[in-house]
Design a protein around this ligand. Structure first.
Ligand code: FES
Length: 206
């Protein structure tokens, strides 16, 4: 083997290692950049489950007080306008709420039953009032809710679900303002677990 041949092979090996090193660095940088970008991007897009969903204006989409709940199957919530009748049943408050469609017992999808005017779970028979208050069955608590916002034309939040767990109004229905041009938004990423309320209340709802 000649000196020039040796030199050619040595340089090639060094060059090859340089290429490998530079290539590895480039791949690492691209992967790191991609990971950082993925981290910076919102996890869920607006309008899909896990993100914020724009329902429409109060004028367009607000159910009448004490009317049956309105189903949003893809977003997995019921929109409920708790009126005076419903609020009086469980001692709750009037206003707008979004109830998560999954039963708090073992995760089945419960349904609204017109004839009994309540939610009923087909799996083990838990029952809930329209505002999600536990009535009977193996479920340990009231239904979970999602945070609701009422937003004006400038994007300002005029009213919203209280998400501070220390507040006595935590998760309570949002009082409905007179301005029907406000837009209803539901944040399906902000689940509100009202806790084992019926134990605190001393028993199932009357
Ligand atoms: S999952 Fe609903 S009662 Fe069991």
């Amino acid at each position: 083997m000649t000196d020039s041949g040796m030199q050619f092979r040595n340089v090639s090996r060094r060059e090859f290692l340089n290429y490998v090193w530079v290539g590895s660095l480039a791949i690492f940088m691209a992967a790191s950049g991609g990971a950082m970008l993925a981290f910076a991007m919102p996890r869920f897009k607006e309008g899909e489950f896990g993100g914020t969903f724009t329902v429409g204006t109060l004028a367009e989409k607000l159910p009448s007080p004490d009317s049956p709940p309105v189903s949003y199957p893809d977003l997995r919530f019921w929109l409920v306008n708790v009126g005076p009748q419903e609020a009086a049943k469980g001692g709750g408050k009037e206003g707008l709420l979004a109830a998560y469609k999954v039963c708090v017992h073992l995760g089945c999808l419960y349904a609204w039953v017109d004839s009994t005017v309540r939610f009923e779970c087909p799996c083990h028979g838990s029952k809930y009032q329209e505002d999600g208050t536990y009535i009977e069955g193996p479920a340990p608590r009231d239904l979970d809710r999602f945070a609701v916002q009422l937003v004006d034309a400038n994007g300002e939040v005029v009213a919203q679900t209280v998400t501070d767990k220390n507040s006595p109004d935590y998760g309570a229905p949002v009082p409905i303002p007179a301005d029907t041009s406000l837009t209803i938004k539901v944040d399906t990423g902000a689940k509100i677990d009202l806790g084992k309320q019926y134990f605190y209340r001393g028993g199932p709802a009357a």
